[in-house]
Design a protein around this ligand. Structure first.
Ligand code: 6R9
Length: 651
């Protein structure tokens, strides 16, 4: 049904004519990229400025026990110089960053490459003056303000490794990340307005730092000017220091494989892991995908509405666009403030050419009615994109018809924190779209469908199984911070010889890939990736909770919601008040994005005789799908299931 020709959307002749890559060129480039990666990437690596050119291109091994990934390994470069300095001669006065504040009446800022250079240098000098050295880690806990980009690039300039913690995370989550990566310093802001509400970032940071070494210093961006506590000797006013810092700071030559950043992401087990990306390969890949996937042309205004706290913001607000000398838009607010027209008002105001957002945002806006889109002149738009989760046909159609007026290519980009950049995505001038499919691989990417049990490749089409990648690409993560064994165990152990994505996937008759969602215990709530284990450990940390099991369930707007089964300690009464208390508890332990949608009291959980919780059953109950519970005979006590169903029905 979904493969019928009427559901295939081809780019317009005009689009194809202006596109970097048309249909024939895609096939040609793709073939070279996978058959001869050395030549292909050797050539495309030259898009960056290298202080010492590389002579080796690819040196990678996917064998379990020996996994090692190196690209351009003997090359020397500086990422910040590539994103800023090298554009000064040709486009110093061009806008690098457009900053659109939360408050629609506040003035937008246009930061030129020259200004960006000065800010980054000043910030880099501030970091140096605080004792930050090459290889030191700096945690960034900032809202979507230009200082976040300055801070990232300032770290890159002096060879420090940044780790951004999303500003929606709690003090506990922040403390865990500061401690895990051993950060010397955290950069935060006083408070952060978002959607008219204010988050107290500095006081969250104060709370986090109570659990960290007292050597960790705190740089504060006075963004709103709101009053905060101040600890002399530990807290530093960044803006004040930037004013007196020197406006120039030489970029430090770095090895291609020196770490650029760590970004924590959720897995199916244990604590979030620090995904490590390095300098050369990551930047080549982020820049290349930004140009080709979005068909970015010089002078275009590019807007990725993600947050810099996620990988999408790293690659497509900051590194990719700036490496290409683009104008990138940074938006502090939310899609629904002051009203549901904000995205489109911003597109009109700044004449945005490519717009990239998440299906969950589209679904939230769909419900508000077409008038919010129709009010605005969207004629500057040339292309639309989505990321973060599979897009459902209704949302795709709405995006296509209302925003794209039926004329714009839509690129549905499948990728992950671990992959650094797009992996499966249409090249818009070459690959027709099918709503809901991420279509075909990006250059250099070899996706395969594996039989989940046997681990063998399923050849031919159609095929269905789990999605793995057969060979390395430059943007691939290199390790888990401080735990290479965990890196291998997570991605290379289950299916030997492949990078395992954790996603299920089918491939249709035309070879198009359709991501079917995670096959592990990771859930995707409004495009935010979360391990059910994290929510469970937050719940069991509460004194009244004996045991908890958390699963995802389908949610109209968020994609997936959080469903918690909670067993209370003996003698504790299950009350509505306690439910609210637990919701609040999880919010405080992890952050607002992890707030449970449903808590169901569970006198017992379905367990195998060996004590394993059978989540498959819990998922079905959460989905209200009791007909398909499957085999329950291995349960230690099958009657638990009946209790759970009965409770669910009585809800
Ligand atoms: C970039 C980003 C990764 C997980 C991934 C998959 C889901 C992302 C998708 C998609 C279907 C798409 N995902 N893009 N599923 N279609 N276009 O989102 O990174 O936060 O690490 O999440 O998101 O399940 O495995 P991250």
């Amino acid at each position: 049904m979904l493969d019928n020709p009427e559901n295939i959307y081809k780019p317009s002749a005009e689009f194809i004519q202006n596109a970097h890559v048309g249909p024939d060129k895609y096939k040609e480039m793709y073939t070279v990229s996978v058959e001869d990666p050395e030549t292909f990437w050797g050539e495309h690596g030259k898009r960056l400025d290298w202080i010492e050119p590389y002579t080796k291109v690819k040196n990678t091994c996917f064998d379990f026990g020996k996994v090692s990934i190196k690209w351009f390994e003997d090359g020397v470069l500086n990422v910040a110089a590539n994103c800023v300095d090298r554009h000064l001669a040709t486009r110093g006065d061009q806008t690098a960053i457009i900053f659109e504040p939360d408050d629609p009446n506040a003035e937008a800022q246009h930061i030129t490459y020259k200004e960006l250079h000065e800010k980054v240098c000043r910030m880099a000098n501030v970091l140096l003056s605080q004792g930050v050295m090459r290889g030191d880690r700096v945690v960034i806990y900032l809202p979507m303000i230009p200082e976040a980009a300055y801070a990232m690039l300032a770290c890159a300039r002096i060879g420090a490794v940044h780790s951004i913690v999303f500003a929606g995370f709690s003090p506990d989550a922040l403390a865990n990340r500061i401690n895990d990566c051993g950060a010397k310093l955290v950069i935060t802001a006083d408070t952060a307005p978002r959607g008219g509400r204010v988050t107290a970032l500095k006081s969250n940071t104060d709370a986090a730092l109570l659990h960290c070494s007292d050597k960790v210093r705190c740089l504060v961006v006075k963004h709103t000017g709101d009053q905060t506590t101040w600890i002399d000797g530990r807290d530093v006013d960044v803006k004040a220091l930037m004013e007196t810092a020197a406006p120039d700071c030489p970029p430090r030559p770095m090895g291609a494989e020196d770490p650029l950043f760590i970004l924590y992401t959720s897995g199916s087990t244990g604590k979030p892991k620090g995904v490590v990306h390095t300098s050369g390969g990551y930047l080549v890949y982020a820049a290349m995908t930004q140009e080709y996937t979005f068909d970015y042309h010089d002078g275009d205004v590019f807007w990725c509405s993600a947050d810099v706290g996620w990988v999408t913001g790293h690659s497509y607000i900051v590194y990719g666009p700036l490496a290409n000398g683009a104008t990138t838009l940074m938006f502090e607010g939310v899609p629904t403030y002051p009203d549901a027209g904000r995205f489109w008002a911003v597109c009109e105001k700044h004449k945005v050419n490519q717009f990239y957002t998440a299906p969950t945002a589209i679904r939230a806006l769909m419900g508000q009615g077409p008038e919010w889109v129709e009010k605005y002149d969207l004629s500057s738009l040339k292309l639309l994109g989505t990321v973060g989760e599979p897009i459902n046909p209704e949302a795709w159609n709405w995006y296509n018809e209302l925003v794209g007026k039926g004329k714009l290519p839509i690129v549905d980009t499948w990728w992950q924190t671990e992959t650094g950049g797009h992996m499966i995505t249409p090249i818009p001038g070459a690959v027709p779209a099918k709503p809901g499919s991420a279509t075909l691989p990006f250059f250099g990417v070899k996706p395969v469908i594996l039989d989940a049990e046997k681990g063998t490749e399923i050849e031919g089409n159609p095929a269905e199984g789990v999605l793995a990648i057969a060979d390395s690409w430059p943007g691939q993560m290199r390790t888990v911070w401080g735990d290479h064994e965990r890196f291998e165990a997570t991605y290379f152990q289950q299916y030997k010889g492949y990078y395992f994505s954790g996603d299920g996937c089918r491939r249709d008759e035309d070879g198009y890939f359709w991501i079917t969602g995670r096959v592990d215990d990771v859930i995707n709530v409004s495009g935010h990736r979360m391990g059910t284990a994290e929510v469970e450990s937050a719940l069991v940390a509460h004194a009244d909770v004996a045991e908890a099991a958390v699963v995802g369930f389908p949610h109209d707007i968020k994609g997936q919601g959080i469903y918690c089964y909670v067993t209370l300690m003996n003698g504790i009464e299950p009350t509505d008040e306690l439910k609210k208390d637990l919701e609040k508890w999880v919010r405080t332990e992890i952050g607002p994005i992890a707030k449970p949608d449903h808590i169901q009291w569970a006198p017992g959980l379905p367990k195998t005789r060996s004590g394993k919780i059978m989540r498959r059953i819990l998922r079905k109950i959460a989905e209200n799908d009791y007909g398909a519970l499957g085999d329950t005979s291995t349960l230690a006590d099958p009657s638990v299931v009946d209790d759970l169903i009965e409770n669910r029905m009585n809800k």
